[in-house]
Design a protein around this ligand. Structure first.
Ligand SMILES: Cc1cc2nc3c(=O)[nH]c(=O)nc-3n(C[C@H](O)[C@H](O)[C@H](O)COP(=O)(O)OP(=O)(O)OC[C@H]3O[C@@H](n4cnc5c(N)ncnc54)[C@H](O)[C@@H]3O)c2cc1C
Length: 355
């Protein structure tokens, strides 16, 4: 194959939400950006996720994660409108609130809410919970209500991000798998994808669960590993359930059109995305336990995605320690949507400062 050389200011490797939001920030700052995606943009974890705009039990996370989440919480109402305007696709930002069921973590939750200025109500009876979610399962008699927690609808969010890149004139190539990062004398020079050379003084690796593999050619690659999550979608009617419900690690997310997601599993099975009938039935059982009216709904869809898992869920954001011009934005684990916009702005600032 001819070794064509294509030049740009910055190459972003990976067209998930993190790569797309990062490319968008870089372009808005005046850089020429080329995004290379091995498949189709926004079809991996960023498509598969739930779109809850908060870590599930945020007080269990470090300040580093909460800072990014808090910035996301502040920025997303506006960013969702921008994405909608730029792309014509509504990512369906909805402040539906999250009801956390039967949690014993009231004290750390209160301290967290106080620190990050989030509203939190503690409920000590089933009647209080039922006021927020009438029809809730009878297992639940105490909990916490986070009215400010919002959601976006992943397939629409990634479509709007992609549309925004088109509107802003960001170049991208799909079916372009980056096989190699080109480095000379400790400096990044570009990448090779499908046998073609692309030159740039800056490369940003935002390749989700695959980021560790790509950076494995250097010492101390980030510890990012795929963590499978399976979800089901129930075909409900609008208004059947309004808030998001969280029962330990499983949750229900009602969408605007009445569809309800139930997720998710945590499976360390490498890059295997296969689905299990047992898991599907177990997710349905959880959904019905939490909200018995869902028993009459049909399962419309069952899928999985590979989260980019990292130790303690803290993403790697910043310059590579040995290779100048090489940057990373990866490892957002269970929180790539809520952390995405702040991570994109952070890495874009670092890239601009370094260039
Ligand atoms: C079931 C499930 C539920 C979730 N729920 C939530 C939630 O409610 N809230 C939340 O905030 N987060 C949630 N997440 C997590 C969130 O979806 C992820 O953290 C986020 O999508 C990661 O985005 P990413 O762009 O890093 O990865 P991805 O979306 O996986 O994108 C990485 C992209 O890089 C491409 N790529 C990889 N290697 C190469 C290469 N060599 N060359 C070119 N391209 C390459 C891939 O094809 C892929 O498109 C959930 C995830 C799952 C799976």
């Amino acid at each position: 194959m001819a070794n064509v050389k294509i030049m740009t200011d910055c190459i972003v490797v990976g067209g998930g939400l993190i790569g797309m939001l990062s490319a968008r920030e870089l372009k808005k700052s005046g850089m020429d950006v080329l995004l290379l995606e091995k498949g189709q943009m926004g079809k991996e974890s960023s498509w598969a996720g739930g779109g809850i705009l908060s870590p599930l039990h945020p007080w269990r996370y470090s300040d580093e994660v909460n800072e990014l989440a808090n910035e996301g919480h502040r920025l997303y109402p506006h960013v969702a409108q921008e994405l909608h305007r730029e792309s014509g696709v509504d990512p369906e930002y909805i402040r539906s609130g999250m009801l956390i069921l039967n949690s014993a973590e009231t004290e750390p939750a209160k301290a967290w809410a106080n620190k990050w200025s989030m509203d939190l109500n503690v409920f000590e009876s089933a009647a209080e919970l039922q006021q927020i979610a009438p029809g809730l399962g009878e297992l639940y008699d105490h909990g916490m209500w986070l009215p400010d927690v919002a959601q976006m609808r992943n397939p629409r969010l990634v479509k709007s991000a992609r549309g925004s890149l088109q509107a802003l004139g960001v170049q991208y190539e799909e079916n372009a798998q980056v096989e190699k990062l080109n480095v000379e004398n400790g400096r990044i020079k570009g990448v090779v994808a499908n046998g073609k050379s692309y030159q740039a003084d800056c490369v940003l690796v935002a390749s989700g669960a695959w980021s560790g593999d790509l950076l494995g050619m250097f010492a101390n690659p980030p510890k990012v590993e795929p963590v499978k999550g399976q979800m089901i979608l129930l075909k409900g009617a609008p208004g059947l359930l309004k808030p998001m419900l969280l029962a330990e690690n499983r949750y229900l997310i009602p969408r605007k059109d009445g569809r309800i997601l139930c997720g998710s599993t945590i499976e360390h099975t490498g890059y295997d995305k296969s689905l299990s009938e047992d898991v599907k039935m177990s997710l349905l059982k959880t959904a019905v336990e939490v909200y018995p009216q869902l028993a009459r709904l049909e399962i419309e869809h069952h899928w999985s995605g590979l989260r980019p898992g990292s130790p303690d869920g803290v993403p790697y954001i910043g310059p590579h320690e040995d290779i100048s011009g090489l940057f990373v934005n990866a490892g957002h684990y269970r929180n790539g949507v809520i952390l995405g916009i702040a991570s994109a702005r952070k890495v874009a600032r670092q890239i601009l400062e370094a260039s």
